[in-house]
Design a protein around this ligand. Structure first.
Ligand code: ADP
Ligand code: MG
Length: 382
């Protein structure tokens, strides 16, 4: 194991990096963040920040020189940078795993190779592919294969004559056309896998997205036990097939007939796992730090039913005027655990923080979350 007092590194300075820093520090490690922004959420709590781009060779070798192990916190981390780091220090996840997760085409093929189902889709790599669009995929959604997140890089398309325009509106980059499905529920599973090949999963989380962005997570998910087992097994299979080291999140669609489809995976802790900080024995960020430091994985047991509400920058704008939402009133509600990421500038759609609401039962957590939503002016959870 890596001893407390040693340095762990993280590529990326966002809120996931911030919560990783806090977890690693509480285990006694020092943390260095590499990020080009001087006011990043993770940089504000790290013991040290290297202020440079993610592909800066000098900065990467400085990070690898200082740290015993390095991880990442954002999905589009350059695979080349991970490879460079891996030459000099323990780096997880691997460049290979990140490269698959970054490319929807490879990601879907990988899920299928694992024997799992995905939404019906077709690849549109170039203009010539538009001639052979499968009409059964419409109405559908075109997604750029790379760099999409929070619903960005996606457009809905209803009719065959709209496909070209939709593809061009995404810049004519390689895309997948996916059938738009009637989804009963969206769920996700976090799997944590150590260098020794041992893995654990957290309880299945149920996610409510609004406008392509996660709005709320409810745990445990309101699905039957066999579906929950199936989802946890699927995520574990994917982590094993990737020989994954670190925290991996797999997002699924549940169809009305109970079929489970893999939507996508993220090679890092995930927004749908933020509830673990307050609701579980070990949080997803504790697990990330433990894996990096080669400590044993922690218990994933959930101590209380939880509802996590995302706080987007939209809440900071009222009638066009910038003002923070009434967090004090939300904090006063029993079971509410507010977290803010220290972002100085609110923008619509920007993730500013979250509130995890714990209950004595799921119904209680949902009722309290309803109170928090009402106080903050959030749409109620479904
Ligand atoms: P991102 O990388 O932006 O999270 P996703 O592919 O997960 O992209 O899409 C964001 C959200 O949009 C999903 O969580 C889901 O709510 C909705 N969505 C995406 N694809 C489909 C689809 N084929 N059918 C129905 N809803 C979809
Ligand atoms: Mg998603």
């Amino acid at each position: 194991m890596i001893f407390p007092g040693e340095w762990l590194g993280v590529l990326g300075g966002g809120q996931l990096g911030r919560m990783f820093c806090m977890a690693a520090q509480s285990l006694g490690y020092r943390v260095c963040v590499l990020d080009p922004a001087a006011d990043s959420p993770a940089g504000a709590v790290a013991d040290r920040q290297i202020l440079a781009g993610y592909t800066d060779a000098g900065a990467l070798s400085e990070l690898a020189g200082l740290c015993k192990a390095v991880t990442t916190e954002f999905e589009s981390v350059p695979a080349d940078s991970l490879e460079r780091l891996a030459a000099d220090c323990a780096t997880s996840p691997s460049a290979d795993a990140a490269a698959i997760a970054q490319d929807r085409r490879r990601e879907k093929r990988f899920a299928q190779d694992c024997g799992l189902s995905v939404a019906p889709y077709q690849v549109i790599s170039e203009a010539a592919d538009l001639a052979a669009v499968d009409a059964s995929l419409l109405p559908g959604v075109i997604k750029s294969t790379r760099l999409g997140y929070d619903g960005k890089g996606q457009v809905r398309v209803d009719r065959p004559d709209g496909v070209r325009r939709a593809w061009e509106s995404l810049g004519g980059v390689p895309c997948v056309l996916e059938k738009w499905l009637r989804i009963e529920r969206e769920v996700s599973v976090l799997v944590c896998r150590g260098r020794d090949g041992r893995s654990v999963t957290f309880a299945v989380a149920e996610n409510e997205h609004r406008g392509g962005i996660l709005a709320a997570t409810i745990v445990p998910a309101r699905v039957d036990a066999s579906l929950a087992l199936q989802a946890r097994a699927a995520a574990t299979t994917m982590a094993e097939r990737l020989d994954y080291v670190g925290v991996l999140c797999v997002e699924f669609f549940v169809l009305p007939d109970g079929e489970l489809l893999v939507n996508e995976m993220a090679p890092r802790p995930h927004n749908s796992g933020h509830y673990t900080i307050d609701a579980c024995v070990t949080s997803q960020f504790d697990q990330q730090a433990r894996i990096l430091a080669e400590l044993p994985l922690g218990e994933t047991r959930q101590l209380a039913p939880a509802v996590m509400l995302n706080l987007l920058g939209d809440l900071w704008f009222e009638a066009g005027r910038l003002r923070p939402p009434p967090l004090g009133a939300a904090a006063a509600i029993a079971g509410a655990c507010p977290h803010l990421y220290g972002k100085l500038e609110a923008r619509p759609g920007r993730k500013m923080g979250h509130v995890t609401v714990l209950g004595t039962s799921l119904a209680d957590a949902l009722a309290r979350a309803g109170e928090v939503s009402a106080v903050l002016g959030l749409e109620p959870v479904r």
